[in-house]
Design a protein around this ligand. Structure first.
Ligand code: BES
Ligand code: MN
Ligand code: ZN
Length: 500
């Protein structure tokens, strides 16, 4: 969808969007439209429950006296409570209301809202950003959809005085949205289209943005000793890959050591020989969401030319049952030298990450490493779909991540780590086993990952199993792959890891 900014004297088209604050108080543009329509807005307000609450809408269709196809009155709530997240949510509400309305274009009248703490430009940019994010749709494989069933809205003009300011604020946001869309595309693709090799090819798009790519094939991984990652992929006809994406945007040599992001990229997780039940197994096409988020994040950082050295590493495998598949009870040797007894072949993400994390540290020497993975069903039992689980060995990094989560609406909840949990993964035959029993399943998974983090590296593991996919539209996130993590980690980098 096309988002543009224009001054209020420019031509308006399609639906007109105006605001009301709590108590149903009309903005000045709304007031003007009410007068121009002979009081249509106020009449409509009389018989309705509309109170101007944040996100509430009231539509007046085909109003007399103006060119608008409709006037959409949008509640913004209490003016002094409007922040960037609220503005984004309002942008999402605009698409929610008009996306399928039949209108192709809309004009949003942003006039000074009394008591609002952000500038008009900030408000407009965030509104556009939210509208853009909500407009995402993965319809590549719908060949028979009638035009009237497709979303109609394809251009929104945000009208305000400070057009230049709004454009300046929107430019980086637009790039973050591109990164989110890159992730959502990857997460939405079915596993017959997106498998390790095709995933790696898709990442070539990043080279155009100045990202350096390095791809490891199975031969190279064997040489490196990545027995855990290769063990997961060995049952699949699709060979495994590891891809590193390097973005060197820091200007000064002293900022050389990078921050690293590592993603679980299981392009399909059948469970392997410990096979999953059929019901809902199709969801396991998005078991690569961690890798998808890392890719979209690198896309965002590179396209907005973030002043940071960052590296993304994705471990790409398909977990299949076959005569070559690894068996429960197999012992694999990781690149770190540690051995793992594979009790359950469905606990494969930690095996992939064990080698990806180790290789990342060996190769790039990051000071900080953040991994993302749809790692455990247990995190959904713990936190549902409203927080990702965060496991972290460093309180400062924890605080930074929690704050970035609050600021972007991608919420995290800190979970514990500790020796008592670590004991659960002791093995009789190897250095550890890959599952620690039913209790505290997300924590024991994190304990295994921690065994592959080197001393003095700040590390966080985000278990995104509950937030990577959504079955309903909400706010700035339509149903499907959410891209959860891109906005969060982009903010983390912007706030704490970029040179000034
Ligand atoms: N990919 C799954 C976790 C998952 C479940 C992600 C539901 C998204 C939605 C992971 O590989 C897995 O199978 N985990 C097992 C671990 C168990 C065997 C210890 C699980 O959670 O059941
Ligand atoms: Mn699994
Ligand atoms: Zn999995």
């Amino acid at each position: 969808m096309r988002l543009t900014f224009a001054t209020p004297d420019q031509k308006r088209t399609g639906a007109y969007i105006v605001f009301a604050t709590n108590g149903g108080k009309l903005s000045s543009s709304a007031d003007q439209l009410d007068k121009a329509t002979g009081g249509a807005l106020k009449r409509a307000l009389k018989n309705r429950k509309f109170t101007g609450k944040k996100g509430q809408t009231l539509a007046v269709l085909g109003p007399a006296g103006v060119k608008a196809s409709r006037i959409l009155l949008l509640g913004v709530g209490k003016a002094d409570k409007i922040d960037d997240l609220a503005a984004q949510a309002l942008g999402g509400a605009i698409f929610r209301s008009l996306g399928n309305s039949g209108d192709k274009t809309a004009s949003v009248m942003v006039d000074a809202i009394k008591g609002m703490k952000m500038t008009g430009a900030e408000f407009a940019a965030n509104l556009a950003y939210g509208c853009q994010l909500r407009s995402y749709r993965f319809d590549r494989y719908r060949t028979k959809e009638k035009p009237e069933d497709k979303p109609s809205l394809n251009a929104v003009a945000v009208m305000l005085r400070d057009v230049a300011g709004a454009r300046r604020k929107f430019a980086p946001l637009r790039k973050i949205a591109d990164g989110v869309f890159f992730t959502r595309d990857l997460v939405s693709e079915p596993a017959n289209i997106l498998f390790p090799i095709s995933f790696a090819s898709r990442l070539r798009a990043l080279a155009k943005l100045g990202v350096k790519l390095k791809v490891l094939d199975e031969k190279q991984m064997k040489k490196l000793g990545m027995g855990a990652l290769l063990g997961v992929g060995q049952g699949s006809a699709n060979p495994s890959r590891v891809v590193a994406m390097e973005w060197n945007g820091a200007p000064k040599a002293k900022d050389k050591r990078p921050i690293a992001f590592v993603g679980k990229g299981v392009t399909f997780d059948t469970g392997g020989i410990s096979i999953k039940p059929a019901g809902g197994m199709e969801d396991m096409k998005w078991d690569m969401a961690g890798a998808g988020v890392v890719s979209g994040l690198m896309h965002a950082l590179a396209s907005r030319k973030a002043k940071v050295n960052a590296v993304g590493v994705v471990g790409l495998v398909e977990n299949m049952p076959s005569s070559n598949a690894q068996r429960p009870g197999d012992v694999v040797k990781t690149m770190s030298g540690q051995t793992i007894e594979v009790i359950n072949t469905d606990a494969e993400g930690r095996l992939v990450l064990a080698d990806a994390l180790w290789w990342c540290q060996k190769t790039f020497k990051p000071h900080t490493i953040i991994d993302l993975a749809t790692l455990t069903g247990a995190i959904i039992v713990s936190l549902g779909h409203h927080h990702a689980g965060m496991f972290v060995n460093n309180d400062k990094l924890s605080d930074q991540l929690l704050a970035a989560g609050k600021g972007t609406g991608e919420a995290l909840w800190r979970m514990p780590l500790g020796d008592a949990y670590d004991k659960q993964v002791r093995s009789q035959i190897a250095d550890m086993k890959n599952v620690g029993g039913r209790d505290a399943g997300s924590i024991t998974a994190a304990q295994i990952l921690q065994r592959f983090i080197q001393k003095d590296v700040a590390w966080a593991h985000l278990d995104i199993a509950g937030v990577a996919w959504s079955n309903s539209d909400a706010g700035t996130v339509p149903r499907g792959g959410t891209g959860f993590g891109v906005r969060l980690l982009d903010r983390l980098v912007a706030d704490h890891y970029e040179s000034k």
